[in-house]
Design a protein around this ligand. Structure first.
Ligand code: ZN
Ligand code: FE
Length: 253
């Protein structure tokens, strides 16, 4: 079981992902931010699309479904909320599995950014596609869910193996790093932030990341440690998380 991932920037700050099961040549795209860009990447690689995997219903994640399905005949799989925007061939929930050739994705429920948000985890290759739930040094805004729901979702991702490669759907990392430095002075964060600013200067991506790196430096996963810095001392972990999230929402930097 080997999954090859091809990542490319599209729209303003989204990433497109094509994932190919090497044993069978079966190919999936994770979310459909930009149909034209995705179809052109498939063409360049000479890959034929079999599956569309949506993480949530937002247009920069499912907006290209119809055009890509029409062009490729791919099967569309996602959480039920996607039907608010566009039809699905198969609705999945946390605990389900989705097969791409010999690669098996576990569906993980990660509501919070939207209520029905899900992530896809390939345990054999230790690869996770997390949409807008976990970002490099960040997490998604709470558009629909509560701080408690999002904290629970983030803990599910944090429980994946340390070496897991994490594909986030946006390049928000430099701005996330500026916020992280405002609430956390961990040496590992300082080192990582310097690396991130240098990479962005050179126009390089900071995605993918890993679970180990996020556990060590992401202020949202470190919320319980930072509780005193955000006025949530002695509060439950999810409230500390909510306070970090609120601080980020109000952060100008
Ligand atoms: Zn979103
Ligand atoms: Fe998004």
């Amino acid at each position: 079981m080997t999954l090859t991932v091809h990542q490319f920037p599209c729209l303003q700050d989204n990433y497109g992902f094509l994932a190919r099961d090497e044993a069978t040549g079966k190919t999936a795209c994770i979310d459909t931010p930009d149909a034209a860009a995705i179809l052109s990447e498939l063409d360049k690689l000479g890959w034929k699309l079999d599956l569309i995997l949506n993480t949530h219903w937002h247009p920069d994640h499912a907006g290209g479904n119809a055009e890509i399905k029409a062009a490729t005949g791919a099967t569309v799989v996602g959480p039920g909320e996607v039907t608010r925007l566009t039809p699905l061939d198969r609705e999945v929930v946390g605990g389900d599995t989705v097969q791409l050739g010999e690669t098996r994705f576990e569906v993980i429920e990660t509501g919070g950014h939207t209520l029905g948000h899900i992530a896809y985890f390939d345990a054999a290759d230790k690869i996770a596609f997390v949409g807008d739930t976990l970002f490099a040094l960040g997490c998604g805004r709470l558009f629909e869910g509560t701080a408690e729901q999002m904290w629970t979702s983030l803990q599910r991702l944090a429980a994946l193996p340390d070496q897991t490669t994490v594909y986030c759907a946006h390049e928000y990392t430099a701005s996330n790093a500026r916020f992280a430095l405002s609430v956390d002075d961990a040496p590992a964060l300082q080192t990582r932030a310097a690396d991130i600013f240098a990479k962005r200067e050179r126009g390089e991506p900071t995605v993918p990341t890993t679970i180990a790196l996020e556990k060590a430096t992401n202020p949202f996963l470190r919320a319980p440690v930072l509780a005193g810095r955000v006025g949530a001392e002695g509060k439950p972990d999810y409230e500390a998380f909510g306070a970090v999230r609120a601080a980020k929402d109000g952060f100008k930097g």
